[in-house]
Design a protein around this ligand. Structure first.
Ligand code: FPP
Length: 251
């Protein structure tokens, strides 16, 4: 069995597509909202495990820009769950030194959720142990378009700083306090093997890891396994030597 101590090279930035809540509930004859509630418990465990394992940045895909197309009852339930989760997790994050920020559009969120986000971000701003980023109303394509539009309005002649300026504009488009490091490891639960409009720019050289485990069943041992597998990957960033440094596009 893989133990956490087997992790030799910890990815700095781990991103997770938390998929499978609906199927988890349906298999138990329960409403999809019950799956999301169970998913919230798994989320808390994953956050604790990531911090314990030494992950510096953890980005969780909680709600995509396309998820608005779900039935209103499911969307409302998710939004309530996010607000409750932020309320309950803020104190925990403060005591564990975790900074919590939310990336994505804010203009389509209810005022109560927006103020819960503001409250969580302000209360946890000094957290240094891990940066937890929760993606709500997130679309990588939309963020890229917004960044491109913002830069097109201002960009002087090319001088080599474009990647850094683009990363900053991308962050500004989606309320990131500063450009996050590139994603090292991107996980997806629930058996599908796709990115679903998540961190398309930042995950250019991410190692991908998929599991059929449904998100509510995903636990600390699964995360440790993913990190251990990451530690065995050769990352060449287009070069020939294993563990070569990334090119200048990284933040
Ligand atoms: C995808 O699974 C999951 C979502 C769209 C919601 C993710 C939300 C959580 C994990 C809840 C907790 C998160 C926070 C931040 C409180 P799905 O419902 O599409 O599953 P399915 O593919 O089995 O239908």
């Amino acid at each position: 069995m893989q133990r956490t101590s087997d992790v030799r090279v910890c990815p700095r930035h781990v991103a997770i597509v938390m998929d499978g809540n609906g199927r988890w509930a349906t298999r138990r004859g329960r409403p999809r909202t019950a799956g999301h509630l169970a998913g919230a418990r798994a989320t808390r465990h994953a956050i604790e495990a990531a911090a314990r394992l030494g992950v510096e940045t953890l980005t969780l895909y909680a709600f995509s820009g396309d998820n608005w197309r779900r039935p209103a009852t499911e969307v409302d339930g998710l939004m309530r769950l996010f607000r409750r989760f932020l309320a309950s997790e803020t104190a925990r994050c403060v005591s564990e030194g975790i900074r919590l920020t939310v990336i994505g559009r804010r203009d389509r969120l209810a005022p109560a959720l927006r103020s819960a986000i503001d409250g969580a971000e302000q209360a946890t701003t000094s957290g240094r142990r891990m940066h937890l980023r929760i993606a709500i109303d997130y679309s990588a394509r939309d963020a890229i378009l917004r960044a491109a539009r913002a830069l097109a309005a201002t960009t002087p002649a090319a001088n080599g700083d474009e990647p850094a300026r683009f990363a900053a504009a991308l962050g500004a488009a989606y309320h990131e306090p500063a450009p996050a490091p590139d994603v090292d490891l991107l996980l997806r639960t629930g058996g599908e093997q796709r990115l679903s409009d998540f961190l398309l720019w930042e995950a250019a050289y991410a190692e991908l890891w998929f599991t059929p485990t449904l998100w509510p069943d995903f636990g600390a041992a699964d995360l440790a396994q993913a990190l251990a597998d990451f530690g065995r990957r050769d990352r060449r960033f287009g070069a020939i030597v294993a563990d070569a440094a990334p090119a200048r596009w990284s933040a």
